[in-house]
Design a protein around this ligand. Structure first.
Ligand code: ADP
Length: 268
């Protein structure tokens, strides 16, 4: 009987990921149908964890690249390096994923230099090709190659959003902070803190997130809630933990910080 790659994963170490909808099913289909996937959503809401969870479930190697504004196509494809007196071609993470099979995840892809899109285009249509100009190779992606990219629509400005000609090559799904019960379970599982205390933190997050837009660029992330719960679980007083995780990382402005602390005092 054929074993589905998802079922076959049970024996392996799969990073914990609590699904919110049918995101695992969509990812699985995209992988099987050899389609690239775009994940949109705020920072710290589980996109990276989701991709590592799915890569482990599918039993495929994961090549993750955190994109930044100096990242060029050569950082992804590879370059000639001087090694032991010899010049040798060294594959970049994208080329490795295409050669070896696996999932290549480009986190915050809009941050990268423009020449990156030139490399991605032939890989994200039915050609599934990676031309390596420097070596003269034209690599055809194997069936188990998948490209996943993410970006945060919240803080993109007009010069740094994905062009329609690029984004329309991907299946796409939106991520957001999980619903309260799910987020409570995630925070409890990740930190080991009791569920009722995690529920209080998640309630607090809702009121802090409501302040987004007025004074804050981004709402408090699930990642920061996990940090807060971890410090409390480690014995730190709640208010001290909250200041270090839910106030200081969010804003440098004294008035905004005071507003956040007020909301925290109202909860604890
Ligand atoms: P992003 O890639 O969206 O910036 P991450 O995937 O790094 O965010 O998530 C940050 C942290 O939040 C993770 O390390 C994990 O502890 C927690 N987390 C968020 N969402 C989930 C989820 N659905 N299941 C499990 N953990 C989650």
């Amino acid at each position: 009987m054929p074993v589905s790659p998802l079922a076959a994963a049970s024996e392996r170490e799969v990073p914990f990921y609590e699904s919110v909808g049918n995101e695992c099913g969509l990812f699985d289909q995209a992988f099987r149908q050899r389609l690239p996937l775009l994940l949109k959503g705020p920072t710290g809401c589980g996109k990276t964890r989701f991709v590592s969870h799915m890569a482990a479930k599918l039993g495929k190697p994961l090549f993750t690249v955190s994109c930044h504004d100096d990242l060029t196509a050569a950082d992804l494809t590879g370059r000639y390096l001087l090694q032991g007196g010899e010049t040798r071609w060294v594959d970049g993470p994208l080329t490795r994923a295409v050669r070896e099979g696996g999932i290549c995840y480009l986190d915050e892809v809009v941050e990268a230099r423009k020449d990156v899109t030139v490399v991605l285009h032939p890989l994200t249509d039915d050609r599934r090709l990676l031309p390596l100009e420097r070596t003269g190779e034209l690599l055809e992606a194997p069936d188990d190659f998948m490209l996943v990219v993410s970006y945060n629509p919240g803080y993109q400005h007009i010069l740094k959003s994905l062009k329609p000609s690029t984004r329309q090559r991907f299946l796409a799904m939106s991520f957001d902070f999980p619903p309260p019960r799910v987020e409570r379970d995630i925070v409890a599982r990740e930190s080991g803190l009791a569920a009722d205390q995690c529920a209080a933190l998640v309630n607090l997050a809702a009121s802090l997130r409501a302040m987004k837009g007025q004074d804050l660029e981004e709402g408090v992330s699930t990642r920061l809630l996990v940090y807060c719960a971890t410090l409390i679980q480690g014995g730190m007083p709640i208010l001290e933990a909250a200041r270090a995780t839910l106030v200081e990382p969010l804003s440098d402005d004294a008035d905004v910080q005071e507003g956040l602390m007020e909301a925290i005092h109202a909860t604890f």
